[in-house]
Design a protein around this ligand. Structure first.
Ligand SMILES: Nc1ncnc2c1ncn2[C@@H]1O[C@H](COP(=O)(O)OP(=O)(O)OP(=O)(O)O)[C@@H](O)[C@H]1O
Length: 303
C-alpha cells in the first residue's frame, strides 16, 4: 500500500499557484526525502495532506483513506511542523502529557520520559520550555510528533538549528522509527542528510515535482561524466606518457601523474576498459574509485 498518494493536488492563493498538480506516491515503510528551495511549496503540500489547509483542487489518500476520512486516521499521523509553538510555562513532560491526552493515548509517566530520552531531553524533562534553546524545542517537537507511534510521520526540517551531536542522534532516531515500520516524509535543506537517510527522493520546484526516484535512479538520470580515480604504483615519466597516449576515444579527459591518475569517461561500460589498460601495461592498481554525483550536484544541476 502507498502511505500517501496525491492526484493533481493543487493549492492557489489568489492567482499564485503554490502547489501545482502534484502526483506523489510514497510507498509504505520508506524514508522519503522531500526537497526544494525556500518557497517551493513543500510546507503547503504537507499542510494539505495533514488536513491543516484545504486543497484548491485535486485529491489525496493518506494510509489508504481519502481526504474526507482524514479525521479518522489523525491518530496514525505524526507531524513536526516547520515551526512548533509551545507554552513557555509548561515543562516538556507537561506538554507531552497534555498532547497525549489530545490524541487519546494513555501513556504512563515512564513512557513519556522514555520518549523524551529518545530525543535527548532526559536532563530537561521537568524544565519549563521558556528555558529551552531552539534546538531543545526542536527535539520536543520531534518527541511530540512520535509519542503516539504514528504510522506516517511528517518531519519538516527536523535538524535545522540543531548542533552537530544532536543531529547525529536525530538521524539515529529517524532510522530507528523507520525500522519499526513508520513511513517518514522528511523535508530538509541538508542534502547530505537526505542522501544518508532517504530511500526515495522528490524534488519540488515552483510548486511542481521536478524529479523523483531512488538515489540510484537519480544518479543514473543525472550523471553526465564518470570520474575514475586510480591509485597505482609509481610510474616513470616514460610510462606516464605511454599510458596517456594509450587511452584514446574512450576517455573524455585524462590526467596521469606519478602515483595517481584521474580519468573521465562518458559511460559506466568504459570502466573495465580503463582498468584493462593498466593491467596490460603491467601497472599495479592499488585502488580504483568511481566518483558518483552527490545529491547536491544533482540538485544544483536541476536549477
Ligand atoms: N497563506 C498564504 N498566502 C499566500 N501565499 C502563501 C501562503 N502560504 C504560503 N504562501 C506562499 O507559497 C509559497 C510556498 O511556501 P511554502 O512555505 O509552502 O514553501 P516551502 O517549500 O515550504 O519553503 P521553505 O523551505 O522556506 O519552508 C511561498 O511563496 C509562500 O509565500
Amino acid at each position: 500500500m502507498e502511505a500517501l498518494q496525491t492526484h493533481q493536488l493543487t493549492k492557489t492563493y489568489g492567482k499564485k499557484i503554490v502547489v501545482d498538480s502534484v502526483d506523489l506516491h510514497i510507498p509504505e515503510g520508506t524514508i522519503f526525502g522531500f526537497l526544494g528551495k525556500n518557497g517551493a511549496g513543500k510546507s503547503t503540500f504537507i499542510n494539505m495532506v495533514t488536513g491543516l489547509i484545504k486543497p484548491s483542487s485535486g485529491s489525496f489518500e493518506v494510509l489508504g483513506q481519502p481526504e474526507k476520512r482524514l479525521e479518522s486516521i489523525q491518530k496514525e499521523i505524526g507531524v513536526l511542523p516547520d515551526y512548533s509553538t509551545f507554552y513557555d510555562d509548561l515543562t516538556a513532560y507537561h506538554h507531552l502529557n497534555y498532547f497525549q491526552k489530545l490524541v487519546k493515548q494513555s501513556l504512563s509517566k515512564q513512557d513519556i520520559i522514555h520518549v523524551l530520552t529518545q530525543v535527548g531531553l532526559e536532563d530537561a524533562v521537568h524544565v519549563k520550555v521558556k528555558k529551552y534553546s531552539f534546538g531543545m524545542k526542536k527535539k520536543l517537537g520531534i518527541a511530540q510528533s512520535i509519542i503516539h507511534q504514528p504510522k506516517l510521520l511528517f518531519l519538516d526540517e527536523p535538524t535545522s538549528g540543531v548542533d552537530a551531536n544532536a543531529v547525529l542522534n536525530i538521524h539515529a532516531l529517524i532510522k530507528e522509527i523507520a525500522a519499526q515500520g513508520t513511513t517518514i516524509l522528511l523535508t530538509s535543506h541538508n542534502l547530505n542528510e537526505v542522501e544518508k537517510l532517504c530511500d526515495e527522493i522528490a524534488i519540488m520546484n515552483k510548486g511542481s515535482i521536478q524529479t523523483q526516484g531512488t538515489m540510484k535512479q537519480l544518479r543514473e538520470q543525472y550523471q553526465q561524466d564518470i570520474v575514475i580515480h586510480i591509485h597505482h604504483r609509481s610510474l616513470s615519466e616514460k610510462e606516464q606518457v605511454h599510458l596517456q597516449t594509450s587511452f584514446t576515444e574512450l576517455v573524455e579527459k585524462i590526467q596521469i601523474e606519478e602515483t595517481s591518475s584521474e580519468i573521465i569517461v562518458a559511460s559506466k561500460e568504459y570502466i573495465p576498459h580503463v582498468n584493462k589498460q593498466f593491467v596490460r601495461q603491467d601497472i599495479d592498481v592499488f585502488r580504483l574509485e568511481v566518483e558518483e554525483p552527490s545529491l547536491e550536484e544533482i540538485f544544483l544541476n536541476l536549477e
